[in-house]
Ligand binder design. Sequence first.
Ligand SMILES: Cc1ncc(COP(=O)(O)O)c(C=O)c1O
Length: 440
Amino acid sequence: MSNTTQTEALYQHAKLRIPGGTQLLSKRPEMFAPDVWPAYYREARGCEVWDLDGNHYFDMTHNGVGSCLLGYADPDVTSAVTSRIQHGSMCTLNAPEEVELADLLCEIHPWADQVRFARCGGEACAVAVRIARATTDRSVVAICGYHGWQDWYLAANLGTADSLRGHLLPGLAPLGVPRELRGTAVTFEYGNRAAFDALIGTHAGRLAAVIMEPCRYTDPEPGFLEHIRDQAHAAGALLIFDEITIGWRLCHGGAHLHFGVHPDIAVFAKALGNGHPIGAVIGTQQAMDGAHGSFISSTYWTEGVGPTAALATLRKLKAQGVCAHVARIGEMMKETWRAAGAKHGVPVTVAEGYPCLAHFAFDHKLANEMKTAFTTRMLGHGFLAGSAIYPTLAHTEEVVSRYAEALDSVFAEIADALARDRVTDLLEGPPAHQGFRRLL
Ligand SMILES: Cc1ncc(COP(=O)(O)O)c(C=O)c1O
């Protein structure tokens, strides 16, 4: 790793040419270690990454922001996609793979009858919300969690309060979102039945849908999802589960299958295509009725790579038992963080919850500086590392052992710096950003 590299020079240029530097907040180097984190890759394979300067890293972070559950450039997915490309991935006619994928998704989720496709997660959520509004002929949507950048979602922040605080990031100003959408999106807190019931009471009769992740890091309280579903239905609204991050990871299909609570509509993206853009909205025939009459249509929703990749991905996820594998690797990572923290007296809390989305935090007044220093030092050992890992099929026990060795040495450095009250000396740039902000 070195500082003034091709990788870093390109990112400095990008910030002038591309507002915000990257297309996704989570891929901004500033979110990890400003001036140090490599912005660009030349090659990504399995859980290994090479940057533009030829530096090699093991990716122990979110692995393509949760998109590559089989690992990067999975050979089976690549081979299926390559064949589709060689036969033409776009045409005046439609790709038959989308029908095969629709059938497969309904087979895995027997409560669902129909499917529409998009290419990205937020876009698929927007499609689901449009369908729900069209089906119910109502406007208001009750939101819990993050569902994308679109107007329908950020409209929740058009009021006087920062309603999306606690759902993704605090302070997401709804700049550019029409003020007239005020009151069309309202939020509720996960697990808080009383608050949800109050919300339903206020908006019943105008509520089109409730959209939420069935779970994120931990199981819902028994009966919570059933309560939401029953209350939503009693109010004449549809229940939409956003499975974009947790889907396929916790169990094969949506996490809702694991809890036995079926929504009216569910949304998938990310891991569905293992790095190739594909999003799916599945629903009951009744819930999807609005999709017949509402104009929902886009050229690239018809290309063939997305559904081809999804078919190959779903088959391999199942055949390889990927959920069990990532749970095992995630548990190993949690134990590695715990053990290194205890050995060196570095104050870390390893989050309870699903190992497929394992994470930890530093407990210190300089937690963000410690996290940035940790990331910076781990880069020097050849690891992309932050405070969370979404393990993939490509992560082996051997990779975790190599990570543990590097962590031992980096935590020793941090412990030493802590003892001397010199944590900030470990930084090679400013501390990481903790949320969205304007870059220039
Ligand atoms: C639960 C959930 N919904 C929606 C989205 C948005 O998906 P995308 O970034 O593909 O637009 C994300 C992305 O992180 C997500 O985690």
